[in-house]
Design a protein around this ligand. Sequence first.
Ligand code: HEM
Ligand code: HEM
Length: 187
Amino acid sequence: MAATARTRYDIVAMSLHWLIAALLIFMLFFGEGLMKEKGGGVLGPSLHISIGSTILVLTVFRLVWRLANPPPAYPARLAPWEQMASKATQLLFYLLLIGIPLTGWLATPKFLSHEGAMTGITVFGALPLPAAPSLGLPMKSFHELMSNLTIALLALHVLAALKHHFINRDDVLRRMLPVKDPDRTRS
Ligand code: HEM
Ligand code: HEM
């Protein structure tokens, strides 16, 4: 596999990218509403925590996959600063995708102390929420701040992808899409 240089991400990296993107975008925009569900049900918070922990597990797996299967080389015309900006964005995304669920978990003791009825929260209706240590830090604020930072980074990431595709007309976006390899289909 490694002998013929890849021009696109492999199918596992692509699937994880788009699955995590969909779950995360849902959480970034509807996650807060799920936690604030009025009427006292545990369904909203349970869904928030279930999807959030799925993102964490998938991200850890994705990171391991990436270390074992390095990404394809950048298109040759990409300037060194663009490659550095791309790498910095990727690193920051990974830190946020792990940091957000962890700070969320660390925010649960305070949340539960306000919302007594929420002790019935489960992960996918199966696992009880593991008790988190109370660190005495404003974990909810960290959790929220990191979520907002992710929205800003996502805007930058998407604009960069669209700019490369429609303005520079290079293969940056195609590397993450399950389309036929342009280099091999052109005769
Ligand atoms: C990537 C996944 C996640 C995202 C994007 C996310 C996003 C958010 C957002 C936007 C809020 C609202 C913050 C505010 O009130 O302004 C929130 C609240 C909260 N999240 Fe998450 N969350 C994620 C995962 C988790 C996980 C895995 C847990 C717990 C294990 C968790 C626990 C909480 C708690 C307890 C609150 C409410 C804090 C409070 O109101 O006191 N979150 N989350
Ligand atoms: C919250 C959602 C998203 C997150 C967290 C995210 C994160 C990432 C990460 C970490 C990578 C590096 C590849 C890897 O290590 O697997 C990547 C690559 C990429 N993403 Fe996203 N992404 C998101 C949404 C999107 C969207 C909506 C688009 C399209 C408009 C997009 C287009 C791309 C492209 C084209 C690449 C490959 C570029 C490169 O190799 O530098 N992403 N993304």
